[in-house]
Design a protein around this ligand. Structure first.
Ligand code: BG6
Ligand code: MG
Length: 219
């Protein structure tokens, strides 16, 4: 039986995936690095430091660890500044409705994000109240595609993995959910999240009704 839901944040609850893209693009342009949407999509779900390493690998750039850290910090500043204008209006369509519905039906709900800025984003959205537990980029050492953040969140909800459903927009996030033995819903195109148990193009389609209809035997 499914008793809990674990949500990714960026690209699931709100469109910060786009803000992460803009911030990496600004840094890459300043550095003369190539950076496009395809590369950005491969970074969805992975930590800030893993992301900058992947961008540098892609550009065949090698820098001192201290410099890499400074550049990641620079990207973060651009990203955090871009959160300034975020309000309660900035949920992805369908996300707030799903969270509300789950709370009303008594499901346990956790956040399982790789972002160290997750609490800040949830505060901007006034979304803290929907969660029994908030797992973010500070919670576990190994980021997605390792299953650690989801396993930790499930433990906090006092549920085994197979009683939880993970909602993710990232290829690496679905990898993480599967590696941890979770049921999972992918949000996005087939090429990115087609390996989820169930996939929707957007959050707007991911209603509790649709999810329940698919996982009939589990509700
Ligand atoms: C994930 C995003 O949720 O968080 C990634 O999908 C991002 O794009 C990662 O790099 C880390 O975020 P932050 O806010 O700690 O830099
Ligand atoms: Mg995401």
């Amino acid at each position: 039986m499914i008793k809990g839901f674990i949500f990714d944040l960026d690209g699931v609850i709100t469109d910060t995936a786009e803000l992460h893209f803009a911030a990496w693009k600004e840094l890459s342009d300043a550095m003369g690095w190539q950076f496009d949407r395809e590369l950005n999509d491969s970074l969805r779900g992975i930590s800030r430091m893993d992301s900058i390493k992947a961008i540098m690998d892609h550009n065949k750039v090698d820098l001192e660890p201290g410099q890499v850290g400074e550049l990641a910090e620079r990207k973060n500043k651009i990203y955090v500044d871009s959160l300034e204008g975020m309000t309660e209006q900035d949920y992805l369509p369908g996300a707030r409705e799903l969270l509300t519905h789950l709370r009303n039906e008594g499901f346990a709900v956790a956040l399982g994000s790789s972002s160290k800025n997750a609490v800040k984003v949830l505060q901007r959205l006034n979304a803290i109240r929907y969660f029994d537990f908030i797992g973010d980029g500070n919670t576990v050492a190994k980021s997605k595609p390792a299953p650690d953040i989801f396993l930790y969140a499930a433990q906090q909800l006092k549920l085994p993995a197979d009683q939880c459903l993970v909602i993710e927009d990232a290829e690496k996030g679905i990898d993480a959910a599967r590696a941890g033995g979770f049921h999972c819903v992918g949000i996005g195109p087939e090429e990115r999240v087609g390996h989820a148990d169930l996939r929707f193009d957007s959050m707007g389609e991911a209603t509790l009704f649709e999810v329940k209809s698919h996982f009939k035997d589990l509700f």
